[in-house]
Design a protein around this ligand. Sequence first.
Ligand code: NAD
Length: 328
Amino acid sequence: MKVVITGAAGQIAYSLIPFLCEKGIFNSNEKLDLNLVEIPQAMGRLDGFVKELEDSAYSTVSSISTFDNIENAVVDADWCLLVGSIPRGIVLNGKEIKERSDLLQINGGIFTEQGKAIGAHAKEHCKILVVGNPANTNALIGYKSAGKATQLWMAMTMLDALRAKAQLSQKLGCHVDDIYRLAIFGNHSPTMFPDLENTIVAGKKAYQEIDDHDWVENDFLPKIQQRGAEIIKARGASSASSAARAACDTVKAVEHPTRSGDVFNAAVMSDGAYGMPKGIFSGFPLISDGKGSVEIVRDYSLSDFAKKGLEKTANELVEERDLVKDLI
Ligand SMILES: NC(=O)c1ccc[n+]([C@@H]2O[C@H](COP(=O)([O-])OP(=O)(O)OC[C@H]3O[C@@H](n4cnc5c(N)ncnc54)[C@H](O)[C@@H]3O)[C@@H](O)[C@H]2O)c1
């Protein structure tokens, strides 16, 4: 089982790789070949982390290799976790990258190259999870550049789903494991729409149990949509441990059959489901058969309030796609 992780010397990878090395994440007893990818300037830091991984003596791991180029790293890859990207605010060639359009263009270049390499060299049924932001549009660029329909490209919305579950469990005093069918629609950005109208908690409809639309609209939604910013403000750095947990949970959700009556969350290529425009990567409720097939669950009913939320996040995704149209 060959697993490629980019941004391997970054803060998310520092938590993610140990999570992935625990038993039971992959639906296979094959040992892991970890291919860790970084930019040349970060290879020293990555070597330090590799020493720590070696010292962890994971029984699940067969080999750990490092790469400063994507082409060689992805040969015969089963999974690619694309975590590395250029954050907003970084100074490149003397210019601070502030605008979303600049960020999209710079990261677009990275994901064009990575997509091409994955399409050409990774396994036919390779699964790819894009974590690096702007994740949905990076995934779109990677998918188009790979040009291989048999490979499964996803962008991460699991963290948004976990955040929503945590808030709901606090509101209703239930355990997060009792929450079913909670869906994140749209972009991994403040426009995302976390839907509670189809959520089931311990066999009951969550919306009726909450019985307070004002809380949903004015407390819950902004809390989930702004949670990333809240963490940056408090920690002085973006969420890392929870993002790593969510990436690992996404891998586990794809590798194993979804529990009966539930869904998991990731953004995949839209085929027009729920009125989301075709040809963008949008968050949807998904199920996996644990054998490589992932499908959109299509039986959610959406109120006018939800439809308005979906429209807003769809518009943002279309705008982002237009900003990178020369790359796709
Ligand atoms: N989708 C989500 O839910 C979610 C949640 C949190 C963070 N993120 C995003 O995840 C990304 C990583 O976050 P982090 O906190 O680990 O950042 P970080 O800055 O600590 O690490 C990123 C690493 O990526 C590396 N990198 C940059 N370009 C690369 C390339 N072309 N190939 C390989 N490596 C490359 C950098 O050298 C750095 O070590 C950010 O874009 C962040 O916004 C997404």
